[in-house]
Design a protein around this ligand. Structure first.
Ligand code: A3P
Length: 319
């Protein structure tokens, strides 16, 4: 007995049409449960909330856009799949596929009426990602049904990264400037913003449930990727064995997923993201910390840091 699932865009039309809206870098954003969502992902988010059924061995990667999602996907995929695909193998999937083709993105996937079936068909343990605030995730997920790994980045670098990413598909002749985007960001109007609320939601969850939510920092991962991978494997319940340590498995994962190695792969230089039409190559720009100094005036940086500092006050998290 097959019941046709209506496309979410029809099912949620009334809810979506009532959401406040704005536009940032030409992208429509809709306000939903305290978060600004890219319009194209709204039905997906609504559908994840209603239809996603987590399994205890699911792993959900979470992040703000432009804060290390692609890297985290590569690291988690190669760590979890290392029995089937040793990281030094010449035919490793990450050598021929973009990392986003290896780890499904729930917020986008669930905007299709067929998504529930596709996600249910994935073998366990499933590895998926989201940009949703922790507070927007379905209650079964926030109650700790599955594990979550969050990557956090200095928001100023995230903004610079978003600027270049957006520029890669901005219409020629657009008059929208970095300062315009910065102004939106100061008011919390960025995809999956406010930035501070997204970060804080996972920070608090990680403090409350450290066995269920791992909070990583992009800058620390850059400084010591080997430690990040070891930590990640342990958290995911697949620590490196002594034999793997002796063989250098974690170092192989670090190398496979390094910015330098990934940036030159054909899979990361050709083709476009199915969602939004971004070229794959726009995912690999500089991969460093502190690039904001070349894009923000000291005044802009002071203003943004001040806002973030105020929002994070008392949380124990600082930048
Ligand atoms: P920059 O634009 O500052 O270079 P996301 O994957 O969430 O879209 O984030 C993209 C940012 O992560 C980009 O930052 C990109 O260069 C960086 N990045 C992508 N792959 C990386 C890797 N393997 N190691 C470190 N940084 C990486």
């Amino acid at each position: 007995h097959i019941v046709a699932v209506p496309p979410p865009e029809d099912e949620y039309a009334d809810i979506v049409s009532a959401m406040p809206s704005t536009t940032m870098i030409g992208f429509p954003l809709l306000r939903y449960q305290g978060s600004w969502l890219l319009k194209t992902w709204v039905t997906g988010v609504l559908s994840v909330q209603r239809r996603f059924a987590p399994r205890p061995d699911d792993v959900l990667l979470a992040s703000l856009p432009k804060c290390g999602t692609t890297w985290l996907k590569s690291l988690a995929f190669s760590t979890m799949a290392r029995a089937a695909y040793p990281p030094s193998a010449a035919d490793h999937p990450l050598l021929r596929l973009n990392p986003h083709q290896c780890v499904p993105f729930l917020d986008d996937l669930f905007s299709s009426g067929e998504a529930t079936k596709a996600v249910e068909a994935l073998p366990s343990p499933r590895l998926m990602n989201t940009h949703m605030h922790h507070s927007l995730l379905p209650p079964s997920v926030t109650a700790g049904k599955c594990k979550i790994v969050y990557v956090c980045r200095d928001p100023k670098d995230g903004l610079v990264s978003m600027w270049y990413f957006a520029k890669s598909i901005m219409p020629a002749g657009s008059t929208y400037t970095f300062s315009d985007m910065f102004e939106h960001a100061c008011h919390g109007e960025t995809p999956n913003g406010p930035i501070w609320d997204n970060i804080l939601s996972y920070w608090r969850a990680s403090r409350a449930h450290p066995d269920k939510v791992l909070f990583l920092r992009y800058e620390e991962m850059l400084l010591d990727p080997g430690h990040a991978v070891t930590n990640l494997a342990r958290f995911l319940g697949v620590p490196f064995t002594a034999a793997e340590e002796a063989e250098g498995t974690s170092a192989d994962i670090v190398e496979l997923c390094s910015f330098k190695a990934m940036k030159v792969l054909p899979a990361n230089n050709t083709g476009t993201f199915t969602m939004l039409g971004f070229p794959h190559r726009s995912l690999f720009r500089k991969g460093v910390a502190g690039d904001w100094v070349d894009h923000m005036t000291p005044e802009m940086a002071r203003r943004f840091d001040g806002i973030v500092h105020e929002k994070l006050r008392g949380s124990g998290l600082t930048f």
